[in-house]
Design a protein around this ligand. Structure first.
Ligand code: AMP
Length: 409
């Protein structure tokens, strides 16, 4: 079975085509600047050189058509016809309380996804556009939706409710939803495999540090708390997002600087975090370099704040779960920055966390804790696309199974 995994963002289309018998990626790509005259197509077909070029792609339809052309190209195509795609798995951002699992996309599912738009006005519309375009392109091919929020639907009410009037939850769905669920799920299961223990017996904290960042407490395989909230703005200090702050700060700044809602939204989502603190960049490599090579005080301060926030969350989630067996670092920063892993884990022996500086000096997979460390600490590359492809295969497989059963009956 060939599964196409599609992630339609506001100005990008990211995709992978997987052969599910072997779980091998046979092509992948990223189309950036969708909607512009100078969109950038990056396409990597297995067995051929990478392709990169600039072209006009004025909307998502043009970008998806371009992706299908690349996949079926007469020179470097990995399939002859788009109909060889057996199923499409979509990364969908916000499923609110409507989706606790991945689902086969139907008209009813699309209608429910549309109801979630007000909770994720930037992310859900392009996600839905992707589903509609693929339905036009491959009308007889099943499509599956995998939600970033679904894994966190197991959180107990006392973890997901805010100290706001309860009516706001009932009427407007104001609560913690959490994001990056597919990534947290994947790396927690990988850690359990590496430990050779059933995930049901483990208390794990997964630390997803990409441009967006979140941390999750996973008890017995279930998400019991996570740092992102109603939106991805809450929690850790991120590339350009502020994370946790006194909720009165936007009122204070609004009055003081005469800022409206849109400007405050931009300030907290796009100009804060590591970009705002370092006064340099949201790219962790640049900030880390300045700290290490030039001892730049601003970058050093930004890094300290970033790591301190993660450390505080690890402590609070260990307390929330009443114990801790493993900590997993993942995503761009988590998988690639020994410095940040070391700063976070420094002075955590009281909690049973002790890392080996030499082993930690690596990228990608490693068990970085010392043999004596009570808590196992890992760096594990995330693979959200694989989770989406597996869920898609499972759902489509069970659908075909039930058709066969019905036919046989
Ligand atoms: P992601 O959103 O998972 O693609 O992660 C993007 C972030 O990972 C960016 O802030 C990058 O600077 C960061 N990153 C990638 N490689 C490294 C590295 N070697 N050291 C530190 N940060 C890195």
């Amino acid at each position: 079975m060939k599964v196409l995994v599609l992630n339609c963002g506001s100005s990008s289309v990211k995709y992978q085509l997987l052969e599910m018998e072997t779980e091998e990626v046979i092509a992948k790509g990223l189309i950036e600047r969708v909607g512009k005259n100078d969109a950038i197509v990056n396409h990597s077909p297995k067995g051929y050189d990478k392709i990169k070029y600039v072209t006009a792609l004025l909307d998502h339809r043009a970008a998806i058509e371009k992706m299908l052309c690349e996949l079926t190209d007469s020179n470097h195509g990995v399939i002859h016809d788009k109909k060889e795609i057996d199923a499409v798995g979509h990364r969908l951002v916000h499923g609110a309380e409507k989706f606790a699992h991945s689902v086969l996309v139907t008209a009813e599912v699309i209608a429910k996804m549309e109801e979630c738009i007000e909770l994720a006005p930037l992310h859900n519309p392009p996600n839905i556009t992707g589903v509609r375009i693929m339905d036009e392109q491959l009308p007889n091919t099943p499509q599956v939706g995998v939600f970033d929020t679904a894994f966190h639907q197991t959180m107990p009410d006392y973890a997901y409710l805010y100290g706001l009037p309860y009516e706001l939850y009932r009427q407007h769905g104001v609560r913690r939803y959490g994001f990056h669920g597919t990534s947290h799920f994947y790396v927690a299961h990988e850690a359990a495999k590496k430990l050779g223990k059933p995930i049901e017996s483990l208390k794990i904290i997964t630390v997803h540090l990409g441009n967006g960042a979140s941390i999750t407490a996973i008890d017995g395989g279930k998400s019991v708390d996570t740092s992102m909230g109603l939106t991805p703005l809450e929690g850790l200090v991120m590339g350009t997002r502020c994370g946790d702050l006194d909720p009165a700060i936007p009122f204070f700044l609004g009055r003081k600087m005469n800022l409206g809602i849109k400007e405050l939204d931009d300030l907290l989502n796009k100009k804060s975090g590591m970009l705002g603190l370092s006064m340099l960049s949201n790219d962790m490599r640049e900030i880390e370099d300045k700290m290490l090579k030039e001892k730049d005080p601003q970058c050093t301060l930004a890094m300290k704040i970033y790591c301190y926030r993660i450390k505080k969350y690890i402590g609070s989630y260990a307390a929330a779960m009443g114990g801790l067996d493993a900590v997993v670092f993942t995503a761009g920063v988590g998988e690639n920055s020994p410095v940040i892993r070391e700063m976070v884990c420094d002075n955590m022996e009281f909690l049973g966390i002790s890392i080996d500086a030499k082993v930690n000096d690596c990228r990608g997979y490693a068990r970085i804790s010392t043999p004596e460390s009570r808590v196992a600490v890992f760096s594990i590359p995330t693979n959200e696309e694989l989770v989406i492809a597996r869920d898609t295969k499972k759902i489509v497989g069970s659908m075909q199974g039930s058709k066969e059963t019905a036919a046989g009956a």
